[in-house]
Design a protein. Structure first.
Length: 322
């Protein structure tokens, strides 16, 4: 990593401190010999199924995502925390067959907590999303296009087929199998519901925009200059509800703020789709972790807790399931 930073970015690392933040990536806070601070991200190409099914396709998707973020920053969206290009203009550098390296300017600020927007923060994020979505023409030729395939679905369906066989990957494999098995029919129903909703949205939604993909509170940072959005590896052209479902509900005014800024009325079917697929994608990811070889760690405990929650969400969708 240190050699790559020096070679590609001319960043001569003086200190590097591991930062245990986020998921699916590895991060370091680095300082160069002149005192400049940076934020390094090393991504695992085997852990980003929303970008592709092979390391090559994931790398291409990651490169396009970071290129999109840099282009958005270039047209004046200062809340976009984009990568610093290498001397060759690359936003991300491959290091080995499985990992990539990207360098970001260090942002001094306070990150939010997932699922916990306060009123001011919610309004600020909806406003940022309105600006982001209106910037679509600037990146329409760069950004990847969202598809409706559920990330990790193949593995989840395999797990459902094998739910009556012993799982021996590690200490949480059998408890996970039992939890999934107890709700296997519910999960199958939810997958079918997601397919129906996806077909409706694909057929009816024509107002596609550039979306962040995960503008939850943990990806929002409050700085002295205002709010910024981090983690742009999920950016893609998609219906605006891909971003908005986290910010609109029966008690919040996010939908009205967004409609006033953009003229787009939020589509409840699309909101339902993206809310449901979030839970199912999490379930698929947790299942994959717990079927594979593993030890008991904070991450696998979190995966097991997440799995046992996700398999119980059927009641939330009872009205649509009929």
């Amino acid at each position: 990593m240190i050699a790559s930073l020096a070679d590609a970015w001319a960043f001569a690392v003086e200190t590097a401190d591991f930062a245990a933040v986020g998921g699916g990536s590895y991060h370091w806070l680095v300082t160069d010999v002149e005192g400049m601070r940076g934020f390094v991200t090393v991504d695992d190409l085997d852990r980003k199924p929303w970008l592709g099914n092979t390391r090559e396709s994931v790398f291409d998707g990651l490169r396009r995502a970071f290129d999109t973020a840099l282009a958005l920053r270039g047209v004046g969206l200062d809340f976009v925390v984009a990568p610093i290009p290498t001397s060759r203009g690359e936003t991300v550098r491959r290091i080995g067959s499985r990992h990539t390296l990207a360098l970001f300017t260090f942002v001094q600020g306070q990150a939010g907590r997932f699922g916990d927007y306060d009123t001011a923060e919610r309004a600020a994020v909806v406003t940022m999303l309105g600006e982001l979505h209106r910037a679509t023409p600037a990146v329409a030729s760069i950004a990847r296009r969202f598809d409706f395939d559920l990330p990790g679905r193949r593995g989840l369906e395999s797990a459902l087929r094998d739910v009556n066989q012993t799982w021996s990957g590690g200490p949480f494999s059998e408890p996970a199998r039992e939890a999934l098995g107890h709700h296997a029919s519910d999960v199958a129903e939810l997958l079918a519901l997601a397919d129906r909703l996806a077909a409706d949205v694909a057929n009816c939604s024509t107002d596609w925009v550039v979306t962040h993909g995960e503008p939850h509170a943990a990806n929002v940072m409050r700085t002295d200059e205002g709010y910024v959005l981090v983690d742009w590896d999920t950016v893609a052209l998609a219906p605006p509800e891909r971003d908005l479902w986290m910010l609109v509900d029966d008690t919040a005014d996010g939908a009205s703020i967004y409609a006033a800024a953009t003229g787009h009325e939020v589509d409840q079917v699309a909101v339902d789709l993206f809310r449901l697929t979030w839970d199912l994608a999490d379930l698929a990811a947790f299942t994959n972790v717990l079927r594979a070889p593993h030890r008991e760690t904070a991450d696998t405990v979190k995966a097991y807790d997440g799995l046992t929650y996700c398999v119980t969400v059927r009641d939330r969708w009872a009205a649509l399931l009929g």
